[in-house]
Write a new protein. Structure first.
Length: 313
């Protein structure tokens, strides 16, 4: 099979042996695989794949057709359309994954949308509802809302009945993010729109001191991104004063059972919204496998709304 490969910091397409499904696993012919910030970090040698995942094939999410079944599988059949979060290896023509780590693809989704859904919507749903316990009527702030997780979080927050404010640095993208149901503002001075019950931090440490000041009483900050930095100085007195909480979350390194639980939450609560057309998967652009390096450059260049997806023939 052919797969995107990372060699000395460069993205190339190489031949690899076809994988074989093990016990409880399915073999998937990949049709689309979304890019994520973790792929960019892995390319730079800063985020190695977890044990058991291919070390040199990136890709945390994929969508495709089941073409093989390992011993003991029972959830899917050959020909089923599935999408999944994987520890790595998603950007390949073939991938194996445990059947509990996969979800059915709604009929309303095409392959690029399905390939760009699992990681960002599972991350957003887990952060907002499992971690922060966002409730209807609360005020949600999403930092860095133009990306995949950001657009997912805005839509899920709005769908649950929360009031959503979103920061977007690029002025030309703000109106488009607002179409998902948020009040969209520049990052500077965001605290003036608070207080916020929940803050989803996708940008990183520079926002944290002001996030703490902008929290409502019993407010919660969930950190799931740190592209702008990993260290900050906090005023613990302010955090104590509003009885706030700071938590952080990461999907990639979680064991199978925890990932499966997170995806079951998406199946129950997110896929019905997608089937009803209430939530969408915005795809910024797609690239064929042969142009994978261009896809990575487009991701690194910024200025995108939603997902960049690699398609497989």
């Amino acid at each position: 099979m052919r797969a995107v490969s990372v060699r000395d910091g460069e993205v190339v397409v190489e031949e690899h042996p076809d994988p074989e499904p093990g016990s409880g696993e399915v073999l998937v012919r990949v049709r689309a695989a979304g890019l994520n910030g973790a792929d960019m970090m892995q390319r730079r040698g800063l985020y190695p794949a977890p044990p058991g995942a291919p070390a040199d094939i990136p890709g945390l999410e994929l969508a495709g057709e089941v073409v093989g079944l390992g011993p003991g599988t029972h959830r899917f059949r050959q020909g089923d359309r599935v999408m999944a979060i994987v520890g790595g290896g998603g950007q390949a023509e073939l991938a194996t994954l445990h059947e509990r780590g996969a979800m059915p693809v709604p009929e309303s989704l095409d392959w690029p949308e399905a390939g760009g859904l699992p990681e960002v919507f599972t991350t957003a749903h887990d952060g907002l509802f499992t971690q922060a316990r966002l409730e209807p009527g609360e005020h949600l702030l999403v930092h860095g809302a133009a990306g995949g997780v950001g657009t997912a979080a805005v839509q899920l927050g709005r769908a649950c009945g929360a009031r959503v404010t979103a920061t977007v640095r690029r002025e030309d993208l703000r109106e488009r993010v607002a179409e998902f149901g948020a009040e969209v503002i520049a990052p500077e001075g965001f605290e003036a729109r608070g207080p916020f019950n929940v803050i989803l931090e996708l940008v990183g440490a520079p926002n944290l001191p002001t996030n703490v000041k902008a929290l409502a009483t019993l407010g919660r900050i969930v950190v799931i991104g740190m592209s702008a930095g990993a260290k900050a100085e906090l005023n613990l007195g302010a955090l104590m004063g509003n009885r706030g909480r700071i938590m952080a979350s990461m999907l990639r390194a979680r064991p199978l059972e925890e990932k499966a639980l997170a995806m079951r939450g998406v199946e129950r609560n997110v896929l019905p919204l997608i089937e009803r057309g209430l939530v969408k998967v915005p795809v910024h652009s797609t690239f064929p496998l042969e142009r994978a390096a261009e896809a990575y450059e487009a991701f690194a260049g910024g200025g995108k709304l939603g997902k960049i997806v690699i398609e497989f023939g």
